[in-house]
Write a protein that binds this ligand. Structure first.
Ligand code: NAP
Length: 320
């Protein structure tokens, strides 16, 4: 009989990271007298983006951060968004800046992301941070890929997702000798996930819409990450028995149901560990934004604080 599948509960894992971020922020506030600050820029009134932004601010506030926001109309000009970014770049209370994507079509997202001060780039999407990631360096990595890696750590650990758990005790999975297949090659998810998997010594194959015989390629994977945007694309016969499967996709069906890129029902019969949708990667993405903001704050404190900086510990110790 096969061992039971491990359900990778992203809500639970996110709560453990948030508790750690909250305690670290409180310790540093007591030490230097300033809380970390997150600024969010929202352009337009896309309901999903509005809900995401509200959730990010709620979690930031829960962790003891100051939050700032700029809400701009859907027809805001490039110059108006630029002005909001530059205001937060110059504000010493702000450690992390998030420009909520997608932007209205008339605005060039990349040109605006390029204007964010790279040391405040909480989403890790500035080209400098993407370049540092490619070099295996840098502090601020994109949030969804960071969350994916934490879920992979959970999959390979003996930790069961229940009760309170000290996230500093979660070992980093060593993926040496493991094959990882990433479906999707976006700048937001597929490419940075591949870089992080490579950093952990996995043998990584990055695939996309032009890949031939995707099912056979995916079946080779010990770790399969799906970041596609096609509902329930990954079926049971795409998955090697016992594989770790991370479903990044968030797709709304015509009836309103939210599903991933993985056929959860089928794949749960085969996989060794699997993330649900909702409740898997999504909560981790939001949480890693707060984590990145704290990392940016720690870096800025090390530079500007009169007080001797607190040492970095546990999950804040290095590029994790
Ligand atoms: P994206 O920019 O549209 O990229 C999708 C990728 O999938 C592309 O590289 C595309 O290939 C590839 N692809 C499309 N159809 C395919 C197929 N049939 N077989 C193999 N590859 C295929 O999307 P994204 O921003 O990476 O997002 C992917 C999904 O993750 C979406 O559902 C999104 O909503 C979700 N997402 C979730 C979170 C979260 O927090 N959970 C965060 C970000 C994104 P080509 O490059 O050849 O076109």
């Amino acid at each position: 009989m096969r061992p039971p599948m491990k359900l990778l509960d992203g809500k639970w894992l996110a709560a453990q990271v948030q508790r750690r971020v909250k305690s670290e922020a409180a310790a540093r506030l007591a030490h230097v007298g300033r809380a970390p600050g997150l600024a969010v820029i929202l352009v337009g009134d896309n309901p999903a983006s509005r809900a995401y932004v509200a959730n990010k601010q709620k979690i930031a506030a829960h962790c003891g951060f100051l939050t700032f926001d700029a809400k701009l109309p859907a027809d805001a000009s490039f110059a108006q968004v630029q002005e909001a970014i530059e205001k937060y770049n110059a504000d010493a209370r702000v450690d992390g800046i998030l420009l909520q994507l997608p932007l209205p079509k008339h605005l060039q997202a990349n040109a605006l992301l390029d204007l964010i001060d790279p040391v405040k780039d909480a989403d890790g999407l500035h080209p400098l941070n993407q370049g540092l990631l490619a070099r295996g360096e840098g502090q601020l990595r994109p949030c969804t890929p960071l969350g994916v890696m934490k879920l992979i750590d959970l999959a390979f650990s003996v930790t069961e997702p229940q009760g309170e758990f000290d996230i500093d005790q979660l070992p980093q999975a060593d993926l040496a000798g493991k094959k990882a297949v990433v479906i999707g090659r976006s700048i937001l998810v597929g490419k940075p996930v591949s870089a992080l998997l490579l950093e952990r010594n996995a043998t990584v194959l990055m695939t996309h819409s032009k890949t031939k015989d995707m099912a056979a390629v995916a079946r080779e994977a010990d770790v399969l990450v799906a970041a596609v945007g096609v509902p329930r694309l990954v079926k049971a016969d795409w998955v090697k028995p016992g594989a770790v499967v991370i479903d990044v996709g968030i797709n709304r069906l015509p009836g309103g149901e939210l599903v991933g890129d993985v056929d959860f029902q089928q794949v749960s019969e085969v996989a060794g560990a699997l993330t649900p949708v909702p409740g898997g990667v999504g909560p981790m993405t939001v949480t890693m934004l707060i984590y990145n903001t704290l990392r940016a704050y720690i870096t800025s404190q090390a530079i500007t604080s009169q007080a001797r900086p607190l040492p970095n510990r546990g999950v804040f110790e290095e590029t994790r």
